[in-house]
Design a protein around this ligand. Structure first.
Ligand SMILES: CC(C)(COP(=O)(O)OP(=O)(O)OC[C@H]1O[C@@H](n2cnc3c(N)ncnc32)[C@H](O)[C@@H]1OP(=O)(O)O)[C@@H](O)C(=O)NCCC(=O)NCCS
Length: 173
């Protein structure tokens, strides 16, 4: 299966909208509005164009991932949210490609760590562990197991403590 991971272009926006909508249609722990969240985040001050990536298969977009800037104390990190793969193509490693390529690019851009709110069985495959172990807290109520963080460079989170400040667009509708 030849999957290409590349930066999203403006002309992909519509296709991404539909892919994300479909991916989350039947997902648990979702408000089923992630496609609109992405739309808002593209115009956010916290948007990082290099970290809005699509997965392409046979010239069609089949997956998408977005990382946006967050603040924790005086440090700038990134948050992974959301990631989506078309239902019929899930569990084929496309999510894994999006996350690992996203981490590689983030590292090149100089980001030292990432957080995610998500499934505690999935994200540990990519090095995420409980954010609370680093002293990083969510700005909302969440189970300790589901709020996770990863160091993108060794020791990247050693000086990071506090409550995550997400882009304000996460909380708008
Ligand atoms: C989560 C998601 C992006 C993963 O992408 P994917 O291409 O299916 O994932 P991969 O092929 O890289 O990994 C598949 C593995 O992850 C596991 N997995 C996938 N989704 C999971 C979930 N929601 N909870 C726990 N494990 C999950 C699969 O069981 C599989 O495990 P295995 O390799 O041991 O068989 C995709 O399933 C998806 O779009 N889900 C709906 C939207 C969503 O929930 N997004 C995440 C919230 S931000």
């Amino acid at each position: 299966m030849d999957i290409i991971i590349r930066q999203e272009k403006n002309e992909d926006n519509n296709e991404v909208y539909h892919v994300v909508q479909k991916a989350f249609e039947k997902a648990d722990y979702s408000d089923h509005d992630e496609h609109n969240l992405i739309k808002r985040l593209r115009t956010s001050a916290k948007f990082i164009p290099e970290l809005s990536l699509v997965a392409e298969y046979d010239n069609e977009i089949v997956g998408h991932i977005l990382f946006t800037e967050i603040k924790v104390g005086d440090q700038t990190l990134i948050a992974l949210a959301p990631v989506a793969v078309l239902p019929e193509l899930q569990s084929k490693g496309i999510g894994k490609l999006l996350i690992t390529e996203g981490h590689n690019i983030a590292k090149q851009l100089g980001y030292k760590g990432a957080v995610v709110l998500g499934h505690d069985k999935y994200y540990p495959k990519f090095g995420y562990t409980k954010a609370s172990q680093y002293g990083i807290e969510a700005p909302f109520e969440v189970s300790d197991d589901n709020f996770m963080a990863v160091e993108l460079v060794n020791g990247g989170l050693s000086d990071v403590h506090g409550v995550v400040e997400y882009a304000k667009e996460f909380f708008e509708k």
